[in-house]
Write a protein that binds this ligand. Structure first.
Ligand SMILES: *Cc1c(COP(=O)(O)O)cnc(C)c1O
Length: 402
């Protein structure tokens, strides 16, 4: 049992709390599912990019899947070895590509023919060889929220099979490019196995046809996407997930690279917020809290559900919207949530907030971002201090004219 009241007292609210032991258990469960197979678990840093979180996974032997050079730098600072770092993402600036080559990371996931040419050009100018993987868009519906679906041609991610094949041939014939991997990532919060299996089959077939052209890929990068339980979702077990992938790899001698983000962190995280007041507009009941969409945007952005723990508060429940102070009607943490009557300073704990929570935060409405706390064993420790007003204005202040 986590003593949320004590944490809220000590660190104030709004506050993110992460159970590092839970993160470790999730990592070990996935690693166990790959046991005996060549694999690399590359933590998707964007899910929760706090340095202490990244280091926690690095210590367990994780690599890092990064979607900006900033994330690559985070991974390096946290001790992720360069040979376990992957740079993905649909748009990379020349400077980012150049730095990734200088650092000599494992490979760059390339997402278009135009990007392949940029990488080639930059590698040539540096007189080096860029290790690359091509992100294939298998055009499979992952059956998840449209904003986190990435595996359809209608989504901006990856390239179709024919383009991928052309890119591999081009890369093989270039002295500045070394194709070593293939990548797909069809979406996030996946709870159905069949789209994953179908995508893996399509991509594995491509790997086999490339092998016939003497293009031998070593890394079969299945992306992330493994879903978690927020409400009552039936999720995929790590064992079934890994078996489904391995079942498509007959005749291939590849290292499977997996890039979990949400699976490792979502249910390790809690968002603590205190009640400011109750109010009614006609029949509609609102509980106004000190946390808002600038702290946790998932409800506003995806209509996401977070279970709310009232920590034993008693009384008859009725439906209330839990809303923050931000001046947007889209600023809510829950809609029509059954809650007892709340009073000033009551604590609410939103569960499953460890992935795409803090990292999507902003300073909108000149609100400092929350502090973050790690729990390991029975110990709590601050891993990011609360942003102050001075922090928020720091980059503007020097430009203020009289
Ligand atoms: C976001 C992302 C991931 C992680 O996705 P989860 O659903 O959090 O596991 C992995 N790989 C790539 C390329 C991504 O963009």
């Amino acid at each position: 049992m986590i003593d949320f009241q004590a944490l809220a007292e000590q660190y104030d609210t709004p506050l993110y709390v992460y159970d590092f032991d839970y993160m470790a258990a999730q990592f070990e469960a996935l690693k166990e599912a790959f046991r005996g197979r060549k694999s690399l678990l590359a933590y998707a840093v964007k899910a929760n990019s706090n340095l202490s979180v990244v280091r926690h996974f690095a210590k367990m032997g994780a690599g890092a899947d990064c979607v900006s050079i900033g994330e690559v730098r985070r991974a390096l600072i946290c001790g992720v070895p360069k040979y376990r770092i992957i740079f993905s993402g649909v748009g990379k600036r020349d400077e980012e590509i150049a730095e990734a080559l200088d650092v000599d990371i494992l490979y760059i996931n390339v997402e278009s023919e135009a990007e392949l040419m940029r990488v080639e050009k930059i590698a040539t100018a540096k007189n080096t060889v860029a290790r690359i993987s091509v992100r294939v868009n298998p055009n499979i519906d992952p059956q998840t929220h449209p904003y986190i679906s990435t595996g359809l041609h209608a989504n901006k991610f990856g390239v179709d099979l024919d383009s991928a094949k052309r890119m591999y041939i081009r890369a093989k014939n270039s002295p500045s490019l070394e194709p070593i991997g293939i990548h797909f990532h069809i979406g996030s919060q996946l709870t159905q196995l069949s789209p994953i299996r179908e995508s893996a089959e399509i991509v594995a077939d491509l790997v086999r046809s490339l092998a016939a052209l003497k293009i031998d890929l070593k890394f079969f990068d299945i992306g992330g996407g493994l879903g978690v339980r927020y409400k009552e979702e039936q999720t995929i077990t790590p064992y079934d997930y890994v078996q489904a992938i391995l079942g498509t790899l007959n005749g291939l001698d590849v290292t499977v690279v997996c890039e979990p983000g949400r699976f490792l962190t979502a249910n390790a995280g809690y968002f603590l917020t205190r009640v400011l007041y109750e109010k009614r507009n006609g029949d509609k009941r609102f509980v106004v809290v000190d946390g808002a969409m600038n702290d946790l945007i998932r409800p506003s952005l995806y209509n996401a559900y977070h279970h709310v723990d009232t920590l034993g508060k008693e009384g008859e429940v009725s439906a209330a919207d839990i809303v923050g102070p931000v001046c947007e009607s889209g600023d809510f943490l829950a809609k029509s949530y059954p809650l007892p009557m709340m009073t000033h300073n009551d604590l609410l704990v939103l569960e499953s907030a460890g992935a795409y929570g803090f990292g999507m935060g902003s300073n909108y409405n000149t609100r400092g971002r929350s502090a973050e706390v790690a729990l390991e064993g029975a110990q709590a420790r601050l891993i990011r201090r609360r942003e102050s007003f001075d922090d928020i204005i720091a980059l503007e202040k020097e430009f203020l004219e009289d």
